[in-house]
Design a binder for this molecule. Structure first.
Ligand SMILES: *Cc1c(COP(=O)(O)O)cnc(C)c1O
Length: 453
């Protein structure tokens, strides 16, 4: 039982050569996975949770293989990170070459090519053809923190508006920007000051068109904050953790227009939506908006930790030298991986693949919705699709059902993630490297789990 997994860990290039199949040879968790989970409970802080009770030993294409030899279908991509798979050959080759060259000099001490090349690539592929600059960091939260620093420095103002259901990270400033208390904020205050929250466009629940929803948000901002005090508004063009909420048409353009008229920096947090995930290179492209600043991370580097702030040169240049940066920001190995990943995003048909996945996922979920009124809403773009589960009688969120479906799916070898302010959304974030067969099989399992719940 163990030998299969042992061989797989030695498979050259890891991912793409793994058999692309769902295979259960033990119950989940199997004994080897359970052993690791017991050690985790003893050694790792309780606040660091996990979704699937497995010990991962290999991953690639559309599967994660555990230490017991089970092969699970991956519909989560490590939270939208492994968009091009867990071990894309171009990323593996770029990383191997770079790690043999040098691992670190600190870009602020001795600059190197790959950092500058990543900045050039981001300046080129992000929305808008104005002059842009970039700065690189390690995590999404760090990028958001820096976008806020940059906007404050540029405008000389302090307030920041975030939105209902928003998620921006777990550091102190980003906890303040994040909406949901449990589990992200509860007990971790006090939070950063000068953060305000505006209502979001949430068509399934507010029934407002984009123009009216924007009017409501702008009125709140003008009355409760005031443009004279406001440095920036920050918003995910499609919300991630908040429930894959797609705003009504016109909502985002109206906010951008108001920001332009009021000397307020518009920051699009594209950490989850960026890099082909939604069927466009960036979700802002779906809505025809051009943000002043854009934060990226997750999918940027094929699984390696890297994040960025990209935006208008005059805003990005507002900070004095030494005001931005960090020891590891733009690590050369992560930059090499990002250059390889961006090459794949631009040249290997990834936008088209995301749209194909959208057609499969939406087709399957809309079929479920037609047959089962507990599926209240199906929404999303590209390989970022969600189903919202409700009590059909009242329309109230049904978090218990959602958790049951997710748990049963994982037990049957399909990794799915839940999200949403009310915990009643299952989000589908498969890697673009998944096969259609696996995608369908994964949806068969989810459908069976729903029928049995
Ligand atoms: C994940 C996420 C973050 C935080 O990124 P980390 O790398 O976990 O710090 C911020 N914003 C959005 C939209 C995210 O999805």
């Amino acid at each position: 039982m163990s030998s299969a997994a042992d061989t797989l860990t030695e498979t050259p290039l890891g991912g793409p050569t793994l058999p692309q199949e769902r295979r259960l040879v033990t119950s989940i968790p199997g004994p080897r996975s359970q052993e690791l989970l017991d050690r985790k409970a003893d050694a790792v802080a309780a606040g660091v949770g996990h979704t699937a009770p497995v010990q991962a030993v290999a991953a690639g294409g559309g599967v994660i293989v555990d230490a017991d030899g089970n092969s699970l279908i991956d519909l989560g991509s490590g939270i939208a990170v492994t968009t091009i798979g867990n071990a894309h050959p171009k990323v593996v080759a770029a990383v191997q070459a770079q790690v043999a060259q040098f691992t670190h000099t600190c870009f602020m001490i001795a600059p190197y090519d790959s950092y500058v090349s990543v900045a050039e690539a981001l300046n080129r592929i992000t929305p808008g053809d104005h002059a842009k600059k970039s700065a690189l960091f390690n995590s999404g939260a760090e990028a958001v923190e820096n976008a806020v620093k940059i906007a404050r420095k540029y405008t000389g103002k302090q307030a920041v508006v975030a939105f209902d259901h928003g998620y921006h990270g777990r550091t102190n400033l980003t906890m303040a920007l994040t909406a949901k208390s449990m589990p992200y904020k509860s007990g971790f205050g006090p939070f950063a000051s000068e953060i305000y929250r505006a209502p979001l466009s949430y068509p399934y629940r507010d029934g407002l068109d984009g123009g009216l929803a924007a009017k409501k948000a702008i009125s709140m901002i003008e009355k409760q904050v005031g443009a004279d005090n406001l440095a920036a508004i920050i918003i995910e063009p499609i919300q991630g953790e908040g429930g894959f909420i797609v705003p009504a048409d016109g909502f985002l353009p109206a906010l951008v227009e108001w920001c332009r008229a009021n000397d307020v920096v518009f920051i699009a947090d594209e950490i989850q939506t960026g890099f082909a995930r939604t069927g466009e290179m960036f979700a802002s492209d779906l809505f025809g908006i051009v943000p002043d600043l854009i934060t990226t991370a997750k999918g940027i580097a094929g699984g390696l930790p890297l994040a960025a702030v990209t935006g208008r040169s005059e805003i990005m240049d507002a900070s004095h030298a030494g005001g931005l940066g960090g020891t590891y920001g733009g690590n050369p190995i992560a930059c090499a991986a990002a250059l390889a990943a961006i090459d794949v995003f631009e040249n290997d048909g990834m936008l088209e693949r995301a749209r194909e996945i959208e057609a499969v996922l939406k087709g399957r979920l809309e079929d479920l919705q037609a047959a089962d009124p507990r599926v209240g809403d199906v929404r999303g773009h590209g390989a970022m699709i969600a189903a919202e589960f409700v009590d059909p009688a009242t329309g109230e969120p049904d978090a218990v059902l959602t958790a049951a479906v997710a748990k049963a799916s994982i037990a049957q070898g399909v990794i799915v993630l839940t999200c949403g302010t009310y915990g009643n959304v299952i989000r589908f974030l498969p890697p673009l490297s998944i096969t259609d067969d696996l995608l369908h099989e994964g949806m068969d399992v989810v459908a069976a789990a729903l029928a049995a719940s």
